[in-house]
Design a protein around this ligand. Structure first.
Ligand code: FAD
Length: 422
């Protein structure tokens, strides 16, 4: 088990002298400005504030229900418990006991199903599934309760870097300065652009339809993935309600053409197609939320740091929601950044200097590359109707199925990869 550094709410605050002085024209100053109040930005703001850094978290908080959830793995849950925020989500979270993967690509050589159970790696659950809007709202409530965080609720308009501070102005004309800006402002990250950090973005010929579902049969805590030629169709278990005792969330990847066709279907017709696609594993399905539609793409950045800037979350990496890696990866960014900044602070160094941020870049490169490449290879190998690729995929699945130590090592790498905190 990797070491879990302590994040104490009683840690000493950063001394005032490390922050830019509050000069005329500035509304406030802080140790860190977090650009973006999505899940990653808010989680970073909370973690940093609990470690004693003063934080300005800039951006609108969007907790509108989008009919989608986030599956967080055990490593992420440990981090959220460590920063003492998991209690905000625990009640509504559904434990994921197992993951079942079914190859539905009709390959020339059959690819066996995979069944990955938590108790194989001595866990009660592999993770938990939480509704996305509840997650964002929970982080926002926690942030609002902490005196060390200022929430601006407004987009940033300009971001300027100088040798000793980063200064921003928001859409309402308020100006803030800090020693470091954490870019958590999504794939098109304005902070990344302002820092001149190059990124390469690409598209996949896929869109995802998401929704929250009610169904007749219980899911038994099992997440079921059907791997089709246009991408996975995944039912992730959700906690039941009085009205719908059996619920799951859907992430269904398909070609844009099929996406347009299914978008035009009414709820009953879509539910019927879904029931057919999922071989009625959960019985009759009804849609119980608005649907979400997401074009699928990927993103890589040249570097994760610059003078007075560090990238996290989708500002730093993006890929399709296969194997539920996105926010899990972002929480590990935050854990590493926190460890890096605490070391810099404890040594009395400038937390925004490139030299102080190097260990963040070093600590995150491998994990990010592994997930971005892994999801890319898996996604393309499912979509490719080419017998040798199917054969390699099939051989891999057979090995994982038959070789217990390999299967357990892969599960641990997916659920609790080694790192500074998770
Ligand atoms: C269908 C789907 C299913 C998924 N399922 C999972 C899953 O099961 N498990 C998992 O781990 N991950 C999952 N993910 C990935 C996960 O949801 C994302 O990684 C996460 O939501 C991204 O968070 P983020 O905060 O980095 O980016 P965003 O959510 O994009 O947030 C960026 C924020 O920056 C703000 N912003 C932009 N410009 C500015 C500006 N100028 N000033 C201030 N703020 C600005 C935006 O308003 C936004 O709030 C899924 C993703 C999708 C699409």
């Amino acid at each position: 088990m990797p070491d879990v550094p302590q994040v104490s709410t009683t840690e000493r605050p950063v001394t005032q002298s490390t922050r830019p002085a509050l000069s005329a024209g500035l509304t406030a100053t802080a140790d860190v400005i977090v650009s973006g109040a999505g899940a990653a930005g808010l989680a970073a703001a909370v973690a940093l504030a609990k470690a004693g850094f003063s934080v300005i978290c800039a951006g609108p908080i969007d907790a509108v229900p989008t009919g989608r959830t986030v599956a967080l793995f055990e490593g992420s849950l440990r981090f959220l418990r460590e920063i003492d925020v998991w209690s905000r989500f625990a009640d509504g979270a559904q434990p994921i006991k197992a993951i079942r993967m079914i190859d539905d690509t009709a390959p020339f050589l059959p690819v066996p199903d995979l069944y990955l159970e938590a108790d194989e790696i001595d866990l009660e659950a592999l993770g938990a599934n939480v509704e996305n809007d509840r997650l964002v709202q929970g982080f926002a409530d926690e942030a609002a309760s902490l005196p060390g965080i200022t929430l601006t609720h407004t987009l940033l308009k300009t971001i300027d870097f100088s040798s000793d501070a980063v200064t921003v102005e928001d859409a309402e004309g308020f100006r803030y300065a800090a020693t470091l800006i954490v870019a958590a402002d999504g794939r098109r990250s304005p902070a990344r652009l302002a820092a001149n950090i190059a990124a390469r973005a690409w598209r996949y010929p896929q869109v995802a339809i998401t929704a929250l579902l009610g169904h007749r049969k219980p899911h038994n805590g099992v997440s079921t993935e059907f791997h089709t030629r246009s991408g996975p169709c995944t039912l992730v278990p959700l906690q039941g309600t009085d009205e719908h005792p059996h619920r799951s969330s859907l992430v269904w990847l398909m070609s844009p053409r099929e996406g347009d066709r299914r978008r035009a279907l009414d709820d009953d017709a879509l539910a019927l197609e879904l029931q057919h696609q999922t071989r009625s594993v959960v019985g009759r399905i009804t849609l119980e939320s608005a649907r979400g539609f997401f074009p699928m793409g990927g993103l890589r950045v040249n570097r994760l740091i610059g003078s007075r800037v560090a990238l996290i979350g989708e500002a730093a990496h993006a890929f399709p929601p296969l194997a539920a890696q996105g926010l899990n990866l972002s929480l590990r960014d935050i854990a590493q950044l926190l460890a890096t900044l605490r070391v810099a602070r404890d040594r009395g160094h400038d937390i925004g200097a490139v030299a102080s941020l190097h260990s963040y870049e070093r600590g995150r490169r491998r994990d990010i590359a592994l997930r971005t490449n892994g999801v890319d290879v898996l996604n393309r190998s499912i979509m490719t109707d080419f017998a040798p690729v199917d054969a390699i995929r099939g051989a891999g699945a057979i090995a994982v199925r038959l070789v217990g130590p390999l299967r357990r090592a892969l599960m641990r790498e997916g659920i609790m990869p080694p790192g500074p905190v998770v």
